[in-house]
Design a protein around this ligand. Structure first.
Ligand code: GTP
Ligand code: MG
Length: 243
């Protein structure tokens, strides 16, 4: 399986070196061939240089596109270059590379899913986020269940693997900011199979978060509306066979 690991990064010069070293060690140890691409979302620090120094390929965006634009750039690259799947993981060290084998194993299991999401809440191990964030995540999970009818324990997880059908879907459309919950609706509405597997996550290891207390109310409102609107788009359903 050819895997492209996509790391969206905004000012992650401190998180990238340990992450990239560990990723290489894990890929060697587990015997899969993984290319790593860091999507530098117009950082103002040494993110691109540091990523290159640690052996990653770098796509440097000339303007900040936000997490969604950065992720979609990586997924498009994976599709265009014929990778079998793409992994999305944060550049801040929250997503331990040692957990990657669980996601990839699920991707290769019989009845292979289109998207595998790493969930920190399925087994409740590792960093469980702060209480307000857990509450926000619970709310979004509830809204997702309302529209898709399926349980999602960790709707905001950005530790994911996408198969070819998902890459084709998100080549066409991927949400802009705070994209993870909305992307799940787009996938489910398009008939893709999404599963969650338990993973352990860590706290952000450096740099600054995209979700401050000031942005939290906007985040909740925007993502809730986006989920409902994405579901409304199912009236213009994409036929799975076209993916
Ligand atoms: N903040 C931010 N992050 C971006 C952007 N573009 C790419 N990223 C990267 O996207 C990944 C996810 O963003 P985070 O800020 O870590 O989001 P999060 O994991 O939900 O929040 P934390 O739990 O606080 O880390 C990180 O690797 C960022 O560096 C952007 O425009 N803004
Ligand atoms: Mg993070």
């Amino acid at each position: 399986m050819r895997v492209l690991i996509v790391v969206p990064a905004l000012n992650e010069e401190s998180g990238l070196p340990p992450l990239l070293s560990e990723l290489r060690a894990v890929a060697e140890g587990d015997g899969f061939s993984a290319e790593i691409v860091v999507i530098d979302d117009a950082s103002t620090d040494r993110t691109a240089e540091v990523a290159r120094e640690h052996g990653a390929r770098v796509v440097r965006l000339c303007r900040n596109l936000g997490i969604g634009g950065a992720v979609q750039t990586g997924l498009r690259l994976a599709l265009r270059e014929g990778f079998d799947c793409a992994v999305q993981m944060d550049g801040d060290g929250q997503h331990p590379p040692s957990e990657l084998r669980k996601l990839l194993a699920a991707m290769q299991a019989p009845l292979a899913p289109d998207i595998v999401v790493g969930s920190r809440f399925l087994h409740g191990e590792g960093f469980q986020s702060t209480l307000p964030r857990r509450m926000g995540s619970g709310w979004l999970g509830w809204v997702l269940r309302l529209v898709t009818g399926e349980k999602t324990t960790d709707p905001t997880s950005g530790y994911r693997v996408y198969g070819r059908r998902a890459l084709r879907l998100f080549n066409w459309s991927y949400p802009h900011d705070y994209p993870e919950p909305e992307a799940l609706v787009l996938a489910k509405v398009a008939g893709l199979r999404v599963i969650e597997v338990p993973v352990v996550m860590k706290e952000r290891q450096g740099g600054a978060s995209s979700i401050s207390i000031v942005h939290a109310p906007y985040y909740m409102l925007k993502v809730t509306a986006a989920i409902l609107l994405a579901y409304a788009r199912s009236w213009h359903r994409i036929e799975p066979r076209t993916l």
